[in-house]
Design a protein around this ligand. Structure first.
Ligand code: FAD
Length: 427
């Protein structure tokens, strides 16, 4: 289905011609697992394409909305662009030399995803308008139930349900939360952090009006919240019809907004820029793993996992952009692809008959999480501000190390940190 609602009929020869997989002459043929992908955003499309490239054809993508594209379908506000250069926001297996701008518009990113889905002939693998509502690990496989009342069994499930899906509805904290963070500056002190902080402070000086500048100066360090790269924001406040109102919102009435200083601001349109609940990962989907453990109870409102890709006790399940992913540091396309390669390496063990079920050990997950907590104080996110990185335990949850460390830690599975159950063992 393309962005305008048209279905693709087939894939390009270029993309499908690259399909590898299978076994070479003389080798035992590889088994082909049934794989369910939950979500058809950037991550889900990448997973499906990579399955095809690996020669795995037995997969289905479930998408609760009527069109693919995820973030880039759902967000349509004026001026939405990529906040990292678009050339980095492309799949390694589908480079795009045609980006119209360095930071391309959201619609163009949506079209790009749609084009890749077309090139990999994903239309007939997509169940659009179909939400996966439940999943149970039963007798060594996943049984999924959808909002349409269908049931289907899979050997593996890949959650690609997105981290920024559930909008935060404003309560009494009426804060704008549109933020962008850059590179390693966020995760450890040093020259990069100093340099970006200095650039932010110099940029603020472009506001000549001293009192306005003071009102715009945050009470926290640059990058503690996600940093937006853009030079046009402050200059908007030179326009006669633009005003900063920072008195705090008392209430919203049919005629407009009443601020705490008693002023009434009559309005035709109100834009909620109140961000997303990044800790509502996968909600309201309920997954039940080994021994009847419910993911919602295990997480208890604060998702955690093993190295951002898996959860102990939930066999044959991989989480794309899962808990602790490095969402503040780099192109999220790269993060997803790294996680997909890791999942494929483990799926390959299944394909070769090396295991029927696999999940990270509780011990390895605990060790990873305690290392993570020890690293958090070095990050800028822990420097004293409220942001969507911070969980209900008061701790920032994104990957607290460099992007390189993420790639290193997922370069190949450490099998001693995994339970690999052979078929003879009931799991
Ligand atoms: C406004 C905005 C701007 C952004 N800008 C950037 C940027 O410039 N650079 C960058 O790197 N990142 C950016 N991001 C982050 C962005 O979310 C990721 O880059 C990327 O799009 C995430 O892709 P995804 O496929 O993992 O998740 P999503 O794009 O969120 O897709 C998840 C999909 O899963 C579906 N789904 C969820 N649950 C179910 C279910 N139970 N059953 C079926 N379907 C389900 C959803 O409907 C959705 O379509 C931005 C995010 C937002 C919100």
């Amino acid at each position: 289905m393309d962005s305008s609602g048209n279905s693709h009929s087939g894939g390009s020869d270029d993309a499908l011609g690259a399909v590898a997989g299978g076994a070479s002459a003389g080798e035992t043929p590889l088994r082909s697992p049934r794989v369910a992908i939950i979500g058809a955003g950037m991550s889900g499309i990448a997973m499906a394409a990579k399955l095809r490239l690996a020669g795995i054809e037995s997969f289905r993508i479930y998408e609760k909305c009527d069109q693919l594209g995820g973030t880039w379908r759902a967000n349509t506000y004026p001026g939405l662009t990529c906040d990292i250069p678009s050339r980095y926001y492309s799949y390694t297996f589908a480079p795009n030399p045609d980006w119209s701008r360095v930071y391309s518009p959201g619609r163009e990113i949506w079209s790009y995803l749609d084009r890749v889905a077309g090139e990999f002939a994903l239309a007939d693998r997509l169940s659009l308008g179909t939400e996966v509502s439940e999943g149970h690990w039963l007798d060594g496989r996943w049984r999924l139930r959808t909002s349409r009342g269908e049931e289907a069994d899979y050997d593996f499930i890949i959650t690609a349900a997105g981290a920024l899906v559930h909008p935060v509805k404003p309560d009494r904290a009426w804060q704008l939360q549109v933020e962008r963070t850059l590179g390693r500056a966020t995760v450890k002190p040093g020259f990069a952090r100093w340099w970006i902080s200095t650039a932010c402070r110099l940029h603020l000086r472009s506001l000549r009006d001293r009192s306005l500048r003071e009102r715009f100066t945050p009470g926290y360090q640059p990058m503690c919240k996600r940093l937006i790269m853009g030079t046009g924001f402050y200059s908007q406040f030179k326009r006669p019809n633009v005003e900063l109102v920072d008195a705090g919102i008392e209430r919203i009435e049919p005629r407009g907004i009443v601020t705490r200083d008693g002023r009434v601001h009559e309005l035709d349109v109100i834009v909620l820029a109140t961000g997303f609940d990044a800790h509502a990962y996968m909600k309201p989907l309920e997954l039940v793993g080994r021994d009847g453990v419910r993911l919602s109870e295990l997480w208890d409102g604060e998702p955690f996992g093993y190295r951002s890709v898996a959860v102990p006790g939930f066999p044959n399940m991989f989480t794309l952009l899962g808990p602790h992913s490095p969402i503040g540091n780099q192109s999220i396309c790269t993060v997803s692809e790294t996680q997909i390669e890791f999942a494929l390496a483990l799926i390959d063990i299944w394909r070769r008959g090396g295991a029927e079920a696999m999940w990270p050990t509780a011990h390895a997950t605990e060790r990873f999480n305690s290392e993570l907590r020890a690293a958090v104080p070095h990050t800028i996110w822990a420097s004293g501000c409220m942001s969507w990185y911070i969980g209900k335990d008061g701790v920032p949850h994104p990957w607290p190390w460099t992007p390189e460390r993420h790639r290193e830690m997922l370069a190949q599975p450490l099998l001693e940190e995994w339970e690999l159950a052979p078929s003879s063992v009931p799991v």
